[in-house]
Design a protein around this ligand. Structure first.
Ligand SMILES: Cc1cc2nc3c(=O)[nH]c(=O)nc-3n(C[C@H](O)[C@H](O)[C@H](O)COP(=O)(O)O)c2cc1C
Ligand SMILES: CC(C)CC(=O)C(=O)O
Length: 364
C-alpha cells in the first residue's frame, strides 16, 4: 500500500504564496498578484505596516487572549475577513464553493464578489458560515436590485458596495499577457451582461475605458437607495479620505478602507496611513474595516490599534485556495489567526479592545 506524500509544511502566508506561484498558470498568477502601473501602491500597502513598530506592555498579568469581534450582530472568532476577489475558478476547480467552505472551517466571514465564477445561489448553498455580498453597481438598476435580492435570499448578511472602481486600473501584467477577465467564461451572476461591449470605441460617452459590467456613475444617493432596497447593512469599500468616511458614517454606511490592493489608481495612498484620521471622523458610529498588504498577525494588531474594527485580506487566502483548495483557505486563515493571538499575548493585550494607538509608533 502506498501512502500519500506528506504535504509540505506551510507556516506563514508567504509559504502559501510560494505554493500558489508554483501551481498557477503564469497569466492567472499575474492577474492575482498584479497591481496597477508601476505597482507602487502595492508596495506602499505592505511598507505602511513595515514602517510601524510596536510598544509592548509588560507585567499586565494577562493569560489567554480573546480575539472575538462582532460585526453587524455576527460574532466572529477573529477580526480577519476575506475581501472580495473575482473569479475563483481561475485558481481552483471548486471555485468559491471551496473558498466559503474553507473560510467557514476557520470561522471567518467571506465577502463574495459580483464577479464570482459560481452563482450566488451555488455559493449560498455551499456556505456553512457567514458571508457578505460585494456589489459592483450595474448600469441597469433593476439588475442591481435583483443581484442584491438574490444575494440576500442566498444568505448574504451585508452588502459591500465597491466605490473605488469607476474604471479598472492599468493592469500592465495582464496587458502583456493578453489576459482578459474572465478567461474561462462569463461571470455567472452577470450572464446577461455583455462584457465586451465597451471595447467598441465608437461610443464617445464611454471612450472604451469603462467595463460595461460596472457603472462608473455611482453616487451617494445610490448607497442610500441600496440600503432601502436590500434591507441589509451597506458598507462602502474603497474609502481612504476622512471627508468621505464622515459622509458615509452620517448616512449609516460602514467604511471599508481600501485602495483595491493597489490594482486601480497607482500611487494612491496606503489605507493604513489614513486610518487614524478616518477612525476619528467616523467616531465609532459605523464599523471601520481596512485592507491592503496585511500579511502578518502584527499587521492585524497595528490596524486594530490605529482604529480599525476589523481587517480583510485578498491575495493571501487566494494563495491558500490555489495551493490546497478549501483546506488551504482554512490553513492560511489559521496561520494568520495564530500570529494574531501571539501578537496580542506578546503585547500584553488580553483582547481587541485593549489594542490602542499608544501601542504603535513610527519604526524610525
Ligand atoms: C485577484 C483579485 C481580485 C479582486 N476582485 C475584487 C472584486 O471583485 N471586487 C472588489 O471589490 N475588490 C476586488 N479585489 C480587491 C480586494 O477586495 C482587496 O481590496 C485587496 O485584494 C486587498 O489587498 P491584499 O490583496 O493586499 O490583501 C480583488 C483583488 C484581487 C487580488
Ligand atoms: C472584474 C474586476 C473588476 C475584478 C476586480 O475588482 C479586480 O480584479 O481587482
Amino acid at each position: 500500500m502506498t501512502t500519500a506524500p506528506p504535504r509540505p509544511q506551510r507556516i506563514t502566508l508567504a509559504d502559501f504564496h510560494e505554493a500558489a506561484r508554483a501551481v498557477l498558470p503564469a497569466d492567472a498568477y499575474d492577474y492575482l498578484e498584479g497591481g496597477a502601473a508601476d505597482e507602487r501602491t502595492v508596495r506602499w500597502n505592505a511598507e505602511a505596516y513595515e514602517r510601524l513598530a510596536l510598544l509592548p506592555r509588560v507585567l499586565t498579568g494577562t493569560s489567554g487572549v480573546d480575539t472575538r469581534r462582532t460585526l453587524y450582530g455576527t460574532e466572529l472568532p477573529s477580526p480577519v475577513l476575506l475581501a472580495p476577489t473575482a473569479s475563483h475558478g481561475l485558481f481552483h476547480p471548486e471555485a468559491e464553493a471551496a473558498t466559503v467552505r474553507g473560510a467557514a472551517a476557520a470561522g471567518a466571514l467571506t465577502t463574495v464578489s459580483t464577479f464570482s465564477t459560481l452563482t450566488l445561489e451555488e455559493i449560498g448553498a455551499a456556505a456553512t458560515g457567514p458571508w457578505w455580498f460585494q456589489l459592483y453597481v450595474q448600469r441597469d438598476r433593476a439588475l442591481t436590485a435583483d443581484l442584491v435580492g438574490r444575494a440576500r435570499a442566498a444568505g448574504a448578511s451585508a452588502c459591500v458596495v465597491t466605490v473605488d472602481t469607476p474604471v479598472t486600473g492599468l493592469r500592465e501584467r495582464d496587458l502583456r499577457n493578453g489576459f482578459a477577465l474572465p478567461s474561462h467564461g462569463t461571470p455567472a451572476n452577470l450572464a446577461g451582461v455583455d462584457g465586451a461591449a465597451d471595447r467598441d470605441n465608437s461610443d464617445p460617452a464611454h471612450r472604451g475605458i469603462h467595463d460595461p459590467r460596472i457603472d462608473p456613475a455611482v453616487g451617494w444617493s445610490d448607497l442610500e437607495w441600496l440600503r432601502t432596497v436590500s434591507g441589509l447593512p451597506v458598507l462602502a469599500k474603497g474609502v481612504v479620505r476622512p471627508d468621505d468616511a464622515r459622509r458615509a458614517a452620517d448616512a449609516g454606511i460602514g467604511v471599508w478602507m481600501s485602495n483595491h490592493g493597489g490594482r486601480n489608481l497607482d500611487t494612491a495612498i496606503a489605507p493604513l496611513t489614513m486610518l487614524p484620521a478616518v477612525a476619528d471622523a467616523v467616531a465609532g458610529r459605523v464599523p471601520v474595516l481596512v485592507d491592503g498588504g496585511i500579511r502578518r498577525g502584527t499587521d492585524v494588531v497595528k490596524a486594530l490599534a490605529l482604529g480599525a474594527d476589523a481587517v480583510a485580506i485578498g491575495r493571501p487566502y487566494v494563495w491558500g485556495l490555489a495551493a490546497d483548495g478549501a483546506e488551504g483557505v482554512t490553513a492560511a486563515l489559521r496561520a494568520l489567526h495564530r500570529e494574531t493571538e501571539l501578537a496580542l499575548a506578546l503585547l500584553g493585550a488580553p483582547d481587541l479592545a485593549s489594542l490602542t494607538p499608544d501601542l504603535v509608533r513610527p519604526a524610525r
